[in-house]
Design a protein around this ligand. Sequence first.
Ligand code: FES
Length: 60
Amino acid sequence: MERDDILCTCMDITKGEVEDAIKGKKLTTVEQVQEETDAGTGCGSCIEDIEDLLKEINNT
Ligand code: FES
């Protein structure tokens, strides 16, 4: 997935936007990402992708 790809189609949020929010605000949970970006607050099908991104960025 590229930075410009839509990660959350419900809220029209790109992978890059989520990535920047996680890095910039040091987010560690899906709930925090939802609050900061709105990603994952619709159908919920992208939550797994958010979790993967959190793991990747935070090395957990
Ligand atoms: S695709 Fe993200 S909440 Fe539906």
